[in-house]
Every structure is written in structure tokens, then in C-alpha cells.
Design a protein around this ligand. Structure first.
Ligand code: RIB
Length: 299
């Protein structure tokens, strides 16, 4: 069984369905509030667990009811939460999300306990990281925490996957990028990381030149571009009717990491991830939308 350590955020998503995302200064009326489990790290952990991997999650919650509920959700998915720290006197992470009629979203995150994750949290989980096939990380937690986790994985020769979401305002340092075997930005994130707005192939190549092992730029319904030192390839996306694209990137990264942990090459892994992401957008919510293995097939 593939073994993953996922380091990252856990949030409670407060979702308001709206006909269209309001402009600055505008109020729109939406449908009933939906409260669901989210957070890029926890979403990716759930994606991987539902696809059949053994998953250890390293993260943080506050000492409040929302945090307890999110921890219970993760445990109910069979995820090992021994390295989830409860930060006292701090709220758990919350995301305010609007989803429009086309399934597109707008998200503001209050990090809460997620912002308290430090290098020490990564060091505490070092043995788990070193014992996994793949380390999977995102950027909703502080960079020193992500950097330390990537370092432990790299030292042990494990595969490292970074979903660079959200991109920090001052980008990512080269020494962190150099620890990444596979980077999974969407088009906007690839543009933000490179400071360019060219074609996805050019953005991917610019990231390879900055020291990343391989790049998979996700393009939503247009599929994905895979770039390695050896060349470029594209992967088509299945045509589906999207009702909510929230966490499609998390479904993609979680599935990609599972396939790599099972020994698939990057092309195969990207095709598997693309199917998982397509399934996820046909359902509402972040963690509730993550597909199970029987819906996605073999990697
Ligand atoms: O990627 C989607 C996630 O981003 C949501 O679940 C929300 O919590 C934010 O972290």
C-alpha cells in the first residue's frame, strides 16, 4: 500500500453559493450556507486516503469545536492524525468561499492555528516523513514548516510533491524549489511564481530552470502540461459539467502523489490525477467532493 505524509492546512469551509461573485463594494444575495471540511492540506490527505493510500497528516487545529470536528473527519477517513497539534488559545482555520453558477470560486482564508506550524512540527514528524513513499505539501502553512518537511523527505530520498497554492506575495526561494521533485501549480500560480504570463509550456520550463525536478501545470478543463528535463507533454481532461471547482487542484495533487507512490511514471500519474480532478468538480464542497478509487480506476 502506498504511504504518504501530507503536511498542510486544515480549514472549515463556509460556502455561500451565489449566481455571480460580487465586485468590490457590492453585495449579492446567495443561497443557504454550506459548512464543509476543507483546507488544502486536509483536502489532499482525504483525496489520497480515498484513493487507497495510507496517509499521515501533519497539521494544526485550534482548541475549538471546528477544530475538533475537522480532526474527527480526518480520522473517519482512516488518516493517521498523530502529528496534528492542537494550538491553545487560537482559532482553527476557516475559509470563506463563494461559488458561482459556473462552479468558479473566490476564497479568503483565516489561517488560525495553521499559521502556528513551525519547523519543530516538521522535525517531530521526521521519522514518519522519512518512512513514507511520498511527501505532499502546499503553501497554506508557514514556509519554514514546508521547507523542513521537504528537507527531511529529500534527505531520505523520498519523492517530494509541492502544490504551490497559494503563492506567497514574494514568491518562493530557490533553495525550497530545489527540494521539489514535482511541482503542481495551476496556470495562475505558475505565472505568479515566474513573474511571467506566457504560455503554460514556457512557465513550466522557467520553473524547471529554477531547480524543480518536474512541473505539472494544471489547466482545468484544458488538461495539464507536464514538463521534465527531457521534454514536454500534455494530458487531456475529461469533459464534465462542473458544479464546483473548489479543491479540484487538491484532488489532482492528492491523486498524483498516490500514483507516484504506487510507482507510476509522471505521465501515468498525471492522467490518473486528471480523472480524479474531473470527478471532484462534479460534486459540491472540498473534502465531500473527493472521489474514491473505484470511481477513478487504476493509476
Ligand atoms: O483548495 C481549496 C481549499 O482552499 C478550500 O477547502 C479552502 O479551505 C482553502 O484552503
Amino acid at each position: 500500500m502506498a504511504a504518504l505524509v501530507v503536511v498542510g492546512s486544515s480549514n472549515t469551509d463556509m460556502v455561500v453559493p451565489v449566481r455571480r461573485i460580487p465586485r468590490v463594494g457590492e453585495t449579492v444575495l446567495g443561497d443557504d450556507l454550506v459548512v464543509a471540511a476543507g483546507g488544502k492540506g486536509a483536502n489532499q490527505a482525504v483525496a489520497a486516503a480515498r484513493l487507497g493510500a495510507r496517509v499521515i497528516f501533519v497539521g494544526a487545529i485550534g482548541d475549538d469545536d471546528l477544530g475538533s470536528a475537522r480532526l474527527a473527519d480526518l480520522r473517519s477517513e482512516g488518516i493517521d492524525c498523530a502529528y496534528v497539534r492542537t494550538v491553545t488559545g487560537v482559532p482553527s482555520g476557516v475559509a470563506l468561499i463563494m461559488v458561482d453558477d459556473d462552479g468558479q470560486n473566490s476564497i479568503a482564508v483565516s489561517s488560525g492555528a495553521n499559521a502556528h506550524l513551525s519547523e519543530e512540527d516538521a522535525h517531530a514528524a521526521a521519522d514518519a516523513i522519512r518512512g513514507a513513499d511520498v511527501l505532499l505539501a502546499q503553501l497554506e502553512t508557514p514556509l519554514p514548516f514546508v521547507h523542513a518537511a521537504l528537507s527531511h523527505a529529500r534527505d531520505a530520498g523520498r519523492i517530494t510533491v509541492l502544490n504551490p497554492a497559494p503563492v506567497p506575495s514574494d514568491g518562493l526561494p530557490g533553495d525550497l524549489l530545489a527540494l521539489v521533485d514535482v511541482l503542481t501549480p495551476n496556470e495562475g500560480e505558475a505565472a505568479a511564481l515566474t513573474g511571467d504570463d506566457g504560455e503554460p509550456q514556457d512557465l513550466a520550463w522557467a520553473l524547471i530552470e529554477r531547480g524543480v525536478g518536474a512541473v505539472v501545470v494544471t489547466l482545468g478543463e484544458r488538461g495539464a502540461v507536464i514538463a521534465t528535463g527531457d521534454g514536454m507533454e500534455t494530458v487531456a481532461a475529461e469533459a464534465v459539467r462542473a458544479v464546483d471547482t473548489t479543491a479540484a487542484g487538491d484532488a489532482f495533487s492528492g491523486a498524483l502523489a498516490v500514483a507516484l507512490a504506487e510507482g507510476s511514471d509522471l505521465q501515468r500519474a498525471a492522467r490518473f490525477a486528471s480523472v480524479a480532478a474531473a470527478r471532484s468538480v462534479t460534486r459540491r464542497g472540498a473534502q465531500p467532493s473527493m472521489p474514491r478509487r473505484e470511481e477513478v480506476g487504476g493509476a
